[in-house]
Design a protein around this ligand. Structure first.
Ligand code: C5P
Length: 218
């Protein structure tokens, strides 16, 4: 099923939170899954904006990429890209950022070993809670190492998103090429066995196209 005329915003990759001009906090997200989702949606005709943290990947064909580094920049870029029919938060957003990231390189002698952190905005939760202009379908990801389904179901409710894709990252899913996932919807769940990330992406694109066809979003 096609997605022509649908606007979809996807976040992908890690965020990078500067400590000083030469150091940063980040994580091992490759961006593979988010880029694969953007490509699968564009292949079905959707108008896709991919808000991406730093990755080694080229933007998929037909996808408009907006490059960002920090979580705060990612949230601002997503808000700028709205309105959209669907928002999919795939990025591995850093939970915290350094309280200060000065223009000067920190030195051991001056700052010691304590790094003060402050919480980053939760992009998924913020977009899901928008009082006006909330995308009709908001989808999150839950990467878990244990109690995967229970934790993902609870996360769907906590974040206020409509669907959540649960994946078990106790193996090599994070940064790897393959993934096994469960799509959790309010009205049911689908198990997607371990497959390459392009296949998982295509199954998600299919589920979105089905949902939009069944209950058209105007
Ligand atoms: O809380 P946790 O990081 O496990 O939530 C994962 C989901 O929330 C993913 O969809 C991720 O993209 C999104 N997220 C976000 N902003 C954050 C943290 C997570 O959009 N600051």
């Amino acid at each position: 099923m096609r997605l022509d005329g649908r606007r979809i915003v996807v976040t992908a990759g890690p965020t990078l939170e500067p400590i000083d001009p030469v150091r940063f906090l980040s994580n091992r997200s490759s961006g593979n899954q988010g880029y694969a989702i953007a490509a699968a949606l564009a292949a079905r005709g959707a108008d896709v904006v991919l808000v991406s943290g730093p990755t080694a990947l080229a933007p998929p064909d037909g996808v408009a990429r907006v490059d960002v580094e920090t979580a705060c920049e990612m949230l601002a870029a997503v808000e700028t890209a709205l309105p959209a029919d669907v928002f999919i938060a795939v990025a591995a957003v850093a939970d915290w950022r350094p309280a200060q990231s000065g223009a000067q390189k920190l030195s051991k002698a001056e700052t010691g070993m304590t790094l003060q952190l402050v919480e980053n905005p939760d992009i998924l939760k913020t977009i899901a809670a928008r009082p006006a202009g909330r995308p009709a379908l908001v989808i999150g990801f839950a990467a878990e190492t244990h109690d995967v389904l229970e934790r993902a179901r609870a996360k769907r409710l906590r974040k206020g998103c409509d669907w959540i894709v649960a994946n078990d990252v106790s193996g090599d899913a994070m940064g790897g090429t393959h993934n096994a996932a469960t799509l959790i919807r309010p009205d049911g769940e689908n198990n997607w066995p371990r497959a390459d990330k392009a296949r998982i992406a295509d199954q998600l694109a299919e589920a979105i196209a089905d949902r939009l066809a069944k209950a058209p979003i105007t």
